[in-house]
Design a protein around this ligand. Sequence first.
Ligand SMILES: Nc1ncnc2c1ncn2[C@@H]1O[C@H](COP(=O)(O)OP(=O)(O)O)[C@@H](O)[C@H]1O
Ligand SMILES: O=C(O)C1=C[C@@H](OP(=O)(O)O)[C@@H](O)[C@H](O)C1
Length: 298
Amino acid sequence: MDVNLAQRMQFSSKWIESDKFYRKYPTCSLSLTSKLKAKQKLPVLVSAHFQSKRNKNGHKSVSLKAFCSYKHSASVLESGSSSASSDESLILKNKSQEVGPCINGRCIYLVGMMGSGKTTVGKILSQVLGYSFCDCDSLVEQEVDGTSVAEIFKLYGEGFFRNKETEALKKLSMMHRLVVSTGGGAVIRPINWKYMHKGISVWLDVPLEALAQRIAAVGTNSRPLLHHESGDEYTKALRRLSTLLEERGEYYANANARVSLENIAAKLGYRDVSSITPTAIAIEVELRLDRARDPLDG
Ligand SMILES: Nc1ncnc2c1ncn2[C@@H]1O[C@H](COP(=O)(O)OP(=O)(O)O)[C@@H](O)[C@H]1O
Ligand SMILES: O=C(O)C1=C[C@@H](OP(=O)(O)O)[C@@H](O)[C@H](O)C1
């Protein structure tokens, strides 16, 4: 949606700068034509009525009506609606073009608890950055003749899996232009950090309840560390994940950047983190990569 607005806009009864609007509502696209930029000096009051609805596919649709009043007369400047998901994709693409040269081919390691979205977000990021995607668990499975992670745990134990995971991270650390989805437990070994610090690591910090909901929706079969609990899938996942997070929280904090879903929800005005799309999370990862570039330079 392309709505011409003057410099300031009224939104939800408070005044905000148009550039702040982008930061607060990254799914919205507003632009000033050069003609309107010139007209900014006119004493016009522009206000916008903004409505966001979710359609049956779960995609957010945003409609905006912009009003302009000048010398006691008011008129609708422009109105329209658009799907937030397509806006998000565009923002992500634009941000990738900015961030790409800064990260300069370094690998991106996504760390976080099981179910935090490392694979889902990692695939999206790799695509927009023109990187390859690698799932560290899949690499381990390949190394053990296609045996699944759950089977590896059952047949050879966790120690064997952790050694294979370290070997896989060592191999990956010699590569470039990869987005790596690491296993949730990769953070516990200091040697793994030595490898991951060759690239840029980002912690996807997702509240436990949301993790348990996601995992319960797909079942715990592929996640052997969740097998020992009793109860329904949600309770089982929540109980075990909370112990694991207590043990691991400080290790995740070793990452170069943290993307907190609670913070994204607050920023976007969502009550619940489950409304945040993987694309919106990928945008936030790129914003962090952008900010992380200075201390990482050189
Ligand atoms: N932002 C999101 N909103 C809702 N569900 C998500 C989101 N990100 C991932 N999921 C779902 O959560 C589950 C776990 O995601 P996944 O990417 O496999 O996590 P990880 O690789 O960190 O274990 C999958 O079923 C995925 O579809
Ligand atoms: O948290 C963990 O220790 C694990 C997480 C899993 O990966 P995901 O985080 O991709 O589910 C997998 O590596 C293994 O089941 C152990």
